[in-house]
Design a protein around this ligand. Structure first.
Ligand code: MIC
Ligand code: SF4
Length: 642
């Protein structure tokens, strides 16, 4: 049987396990990336492993998320990251150099290699034919230490693209269409592989927009072939020597296939408050718009921003609209500055932001109360913009610019012929904001905000405690561990823990701590797709700090599941989903001999003491995960495997 692209890369990196769907496989990781908001913890964890230097081919530490520096905390974290990078031989991409995924695609990503990143949008690298996977910081720290990364051998969905996008229809509209088809839940354990004739009509940045937002499907990653277009992209970045061709065998077999004729697609929105709520732009035309934000790792490439600049040139932003534009990388920023496009944006009335995540993670540009905000980001979870009552619509830069020009929701197809953007053969290369100075004797800088890596205890024989919180479907990591103004506490677990579930129930941390002080465990009950969204392991570390010992859900998303295990929290799933309705917040639960169950059993009976009935949960854990939970998390496991 022939192999798909995904299978080829896994095969060439396989260290452990069998290549069979559902089996756990360990793969060698060639490259890693971290960003500052997950990076400080990842490096504290790496330090705790006592490994003298990184074992990967290349590791980059980016500073792009938390750059607002409101208070000393961010700047201190950046200094810590810079000194750590020097000590261990990691490249350090300074604040201002750009968003990790965009810079990595431009400057470091390579087809056929594996990349593990402590950010859920790491699959952006799939646009260049790289097997790029998002994970928690601790998994990235392990990869840096030369340990394999474990995934469930994925099922592969082949998306056959045919035809060509019509004018004004973009890569963003492709992924929004796929999100409409597949939704944001139920895709755990899958990889999306693109193929077909339509692939050659898409540039690398367009492919990267699609694989980037594939993260919203909840799949392990998404990937495109590496072809002549990939080669030209690398050549333009003066990196052609790293190009290899990568395509699926003609007789490769897939677990599922879908066909998309690019020529049939139309401009789309993801409407509030999920990337999976997708409708056509034309259904909403005329609605007044308060804010437009163009940027993020999904849509801030040279072509994206040149298109916007050409569309707005010579026009004036309506008085009631605020427009923010953030270039994805310093390279893009410089090109816009050099060719006058920046001036067109400034003259139009755009507010030019630094080249960073910024508004995408709720770090500034919170819209006004009840605002309609059109953004080119990938996530529009309630409150993520910083304004709980705001309605955020995700769209292409073309649609966003059309809305900014008219001040109301506008289908860009109403604006005549789209601008033709010429892509230069050579991009200006300037890596002067990426430092690579290994110095083992450097003194690591630790500001007062930097705490210790998390510590956890082995699992105890019995657990007794209460349901500290019951939540419904699609709880995201932004609900569990908010970013925005709380981001600066990422390296201070006790402080950050004060904000666990802040948007859902701000009394949660206090209640948990009270139970913990009485030696009682806390449990969370959740519906479908618990832990959607980001890779932030704080959504596991902080609950663990508050004494959360188990999550009982209808289903749990991949990265969050791994993070729970990494920090010793037991992920459990209802055998009978009707039990979700019976159980209530504050119910007391008793889990007798839970250690035995975690060791060997696939199901386990929990007693609801308050309501006096038993219910069954599944323990869908592999051997390694069982061992990790028993010893209280990966850090204990590495230093003392069972
Ligand atoms: C996101 O887009 O949600 C983030 C912020 O980039 C996160 C990482 C984090 O929380 O630091 C992600 O996607 O993993
Ligand atoms: Fe940054 Fe937003 Fe991309 Fe996350 S999704 S990496 S916050 S730009």
């Amino acid at each position: 049987m022939g192999l798909s692209i995904v299978q080829k890369i896994i095969k060439s990196h396989l260290v452990e396990g069998e290549m069979k769907p559902g089996e756990a496989v360990g793969i060698k990781i060639d490259q890693t990336l971290t960003q500052d908001a997950t990076g400080t913890m990842a490096y504290l964890e790496f330090e705790a492993m006592n490994i003298p230097e990184i074992k990967t081919e290349l590791s980059v530490s980016y500073v792009d998320h938390n750059t607002s520096q409101m208070g000393f905390e961010n700047a201190d974290d950046h200094k810590y990251l810079q000194t750590i990078a020097e000590k261990f031989g990691i490249r350090y991409s300074k604040a201002g150099n750009g968003i990790c995924h965009q810079v990595h695609l431009e400057r470091f990503g390579l087809p056929g290699k594996t990349l593990l990143g402590s950010d859920s949008h790491t699959p952006t690298g799939g646009g260049i034919g790289m097997l790029s996977i998002g994970a928690g910081g601790l998994d990235v720290a392990c990869a840096q230490a030369g340990l394999p990364f474990y995934i469930t051998f994925p099922k592969v969905l082949k998306v056959d693209l045919s035809g060509k996008l019509n004018p004004w229809v973009t890569a963003k509209d492709v992924i929004l269409y796929i999100l409409k088809l597949l939704s944001t839940k139920g895709n755990v354990g899958w990889v999306v592989e693109f193929g077909g004739d339509g692939v050659k009509t898409l540039t690398v940045p367009e492919r990267a927009t699609i694989t980037n937002m594939g993260a919203e499907l909840g799949v392990t990653t998404s990937i495109f072939p590496s072809d002549e277009i990939t080669r030209s992209f690398l050549k333009a970045q003066d990196r052609e020597s790293g190009w290899v061709e990568l395509r699926a065998d003609a007789n490769a077999e897939y677990d599922r296939r879908i066909n998309i004729d690019l020529g049939t697609l139309e401009p789309r929105f993801a409407t509030p408050h999920s990337p999976g709520n997708v409708c056509l732009v034309k259904e909403l035309v005329g609605t007044k718009v308060d804010q437009v934000c163009i940027g993020s790792c999904t849509n801030a490439s040279y072509k994206d921003l040149m298109t916007v600049a050409s569309m707005v040139k010579g026009k004036k932003l309506p008085a009631h609209v605020s427009l923010a534009v953030a270039p994805g990388s310093k390279q893009v920023f410089k090109m816009l500055a050099d060719n006058g496009a920046l001036l067109a944006l400034i003259n139009f009335g755009a507010r030019i932001m630094e080249s960073a995540c910024g508004f995408c993670i709720g770090n500034g540009q919170a819209p006004c109360t009840d605002a309609i905000s059109i953004r080119t980001n990938n996530r529009n979870f309630k409150g993520r913009s910083g304004t709980v009552s705001a309605n955020v619509y995700l769209a292409s830069p073309e649609t966003a610019a059309a809305c900014a020009i008219t001040g109301v929701i506008t289908d860009p197809r109403e604006l005549g012929t789209p601008p033709e953007i010429e892509i230069p053969d050579d991009f200006p290369i300037d890596d002067s904001m990426v430092f690579f100075d290994k110095n083992e004797t450097v003194k690591i800088y630790r500001g007062p905000n930097i705490g210790d890596p998390p510590q956890s205890e082995p699992l105890t024989k019995d657990l007794v405690g209460e349901i500290a919180l019951k939540v419904e479907d699609k709880i995201t990591t932004d609900h569990i561990m908010p970013a925005g103004i709380r981001l600066k506490y990422r390296s201070n677990i006790p402080k950050y823990s004060e904000f666990v579930f802040e948007p859902v129930d701000p009394t949660f941390p206090d209640r948990c701590l009270k139970n913990k002080q009485k030696n009682r465990s806390n449990f969370i009950v959740a519906g479908l797709s618990y832990g959607q969204g980001s890779s932030r392991e704080h959504a596991a570390i902080c609950p663990a700090y508050l004494g959360v010992k188990g999550i009982i859900a209808k289903s749990i998303e991949r990265i969050h599941w791994a993070n729970l295990v990494n920090f010793g929290i037991i992920p459990m799933m209802f055998v009978d989903e009707n039990d979700f309705d019976k159980i209530e917040q504050s119910d007391e639960l008793s889990m007798k001999d839970i250690t035995q169950a975690v060791k060997y059993k696939k199901t386990f009976v929990i007693k609801n003491v308050t309501k006096n009935y038993d219910f069954k949960v599944k323990l869908e854990l592999n051997k390694r995960e069982r061992e990790i939970i028993l010893v209280g998390g990966v850090l204990n496991y590495i230093s003392n495997p069972e």
